[in-house]
Design a protein around this ligand. Structure first.
Ligand SMILES: [Mg+2]
Length: 178
């Protein structure tokens, strides 16, 4: 069985600039490229799992989001896409959820497809929906404080479910692999 990291994008890998969809607005969170390389070297498969309601709202297209992801991969210093699979959930909160976090559907499908061991899989993100998707999917979850501070930290929930919190994905990977 394999181990894996399911990673949120906005606020976790790149700075969350509301409805990010232009490559020129991409800003990597410091140290993320190296952290991902360490995770891969330590045997973790990487999955990108991102809610993009801007698609459902008609602000930008799936192709825009895919192009942004491709540019991000290049900025991270990878010559090839390091993500085993990428899930871009286009639904708005008002739509019936399909893949949109906190739906665990993508996680469950990947666990099955790649024979992942849930005990060694993590969903990492900066919002409560990321944490809930991980827990709903039966894997572990970690919260990073690199997202929008204005949204606040869901402290009560994190405490209730003993969710570990980190400044960024870099410190998470340090602890995971250190
Ligand atoms: Mg996020």
């Amino acid at each position: 069985m394999s181990k894996a990291l399911f990673l949120d994008r906005d606020g976790t890998l790149v700075v969350d600039t509301h409805y990010l969809h232009k490559p020129e607005d991409l800003q990597l969170i410091a140290g993320i490229g190296d952290a991902l390389r360490i995770a891969v070297k330590s045997g973790y498969l990487l999955f990108l799992f991102t809610n993009q309601s801007g698609i459902g709202r008609g602000f930008y297209t799936l192709e825009d989001a895919e192009h942004c992801n491709q540019c991000m991969v290049e900025m991270l210093g990878f010559s090839e896409n390091p993500f085993t699979e990428i899930c871009i959930a286009p639904e708005t909160p008002e739509d019936a959820p399909v893949y949109r976090k906190p739906s665990p559907r993508f996680i469950l499908e990947m666990c099955d497809k790649y024979d992942l061991n849930p005990d060694f899989c993590w969903m990492v993100g900066d919002k409560l929906c990321d944490i809930k998707a991980g827990l709903n999917g039966g894997i572990r979850a970690a919260f990073v404080r690199s997202g929008k501070a204005s949204d606040g930290e869901p402290t009560d929930f994190l405490e209730e479910y003993s969710i570990p919190t980190f400044d960024t994905l870099v410190s998470f990977v340090d602890e995971l692999t250190g």
